[in-house]
Design a protein around this ligand. Structure first.
Ligand code: NAD
Length: 258
């Protein structure tokens, strides 16, 4: 796969899955623009890792829940690298709170970061591609819980369900412009958000693994591999799709570890 000449824009790019996506796309020759809320100093060693792959790589501190901040991020990236044509809305947060106890603030925070943030990023990037006649790919990072309810993370489930429909409506609008829009929906990944939940509740990791029909938790680089697959120029037909990669988890019924 050759992604030389492509410019990838990845939100939540300093998280475990975001870093794996950046590495994977850079390994195929794409320049990478990372955005995250974390301090710039926290990006330096990772940026060096990407630069060592022979691509251009930059970091911008950005809060994707702000449309103004997302617009400014695009301007910054376009000035330094060019127009991003591989757009990967990946930033997300999760609260482990049952729906009866969820506060308005918790609900709104997840909606703003996971769903609004993904929308601001995809809409801004999609418009810019259309305006400049540039083809491209948008790959949302969804989750298996977007279609399988989990009572311990209700707001997160709603945001991921929203992403699936956002994928479809955007795919429909952008298809005539040769911009393909898809979503990767991983199962429980042994990294990032889930890894932190497993740290707080050590028995859940094994229970989660036992529930997966293939008995393997998803790895961050496996998510990255599927993102790259959707960005591959040879993949010309998939748009508006959810690429479910959960080891069969969503086919199982029964209580979750929580
Ligand atoms: N870990 C899993 O089990 C799992 C499973 C399925 C899907 N996912 C999805 O993968 C994606 C990455 O998650 P992860 O597991 O790597 O988590 P992570 O916490 O390691 O990464 C998320 C990153 O998003 C950043 N972020 C948070 N709020 C932000 C904001 N307002 N603006 C910009 N950046 C912000 C965080 O600083 C963090 O670096 C998410 O969309 C998540 O829903 C994760």
């Amino acid at each position: 796969m050759h992604l030389n000449g492509s410019i990838a824009l990845i939100s939540g790019g300093l998280g475990d899955i975001g870093k794996a996506i950046g590495r994977e796309l850079a390994s195929h020759g794409a320049d990478v623009a990372i955005g995250d809320v974390l301090d710039t100093a926290q990006a330096s060693s990772y940026l060096n890792e990407l630069l060592a792959l022979g691509v251009r790589a930059i970091y911008t501190q950005v809060d994707v829940s702000s449309p103004e901040a997302v617009s400014a991020w695009y301007v910054d990236v376009e000035t330094k690298l060019g127009i991003p044509n591989l757009i990967i809305p990946n930033a997300a947060v999760v609260s482990l709170v049952r729906i009866r106890d969820l506060t308005p603030e918790q609900w709104q925070r997840e909606m703003r970061i996971n769903l609004d943030g993904a929308f601001f990023m995809a809409q801004t990037g999609g418009k810019r591609l259309v305006d400049t006649g540039t083809s491209g790919r948008i790959v949302f990072i969804g989750s298996w819980v977007g279609s399988t309810p989990q009572d311990h993370i209700p707001a997160y489930c709603v945001t991921k369900a929203g992403l699936s429909m956002l994928t479809k409506v955007l795919a429909l609008d952008l298809a005539p412009h040769n911009i393909l829009v898809n979503e990767v929906a991983p199962g429980n990944v042994d990294a990032g958000l889930s890894a932190r939940i497993f740290e707080q509740n050590p028995s859940w990791r094994q229970v989660s693994m036992d529930r997966v029909p293939i008995k393997i938790l998803t790895q961050a680089d496996e998510v990255a591999f599927q993102v790259a697959h959707l960005c591959d120029p040879r993949n010309r037909q998939m748009t508006g799709s959810t690429l479910l990669m959960d080891g069969g988890l969503s086919m199982m019924s029964g209580p979750n570890p929580a």
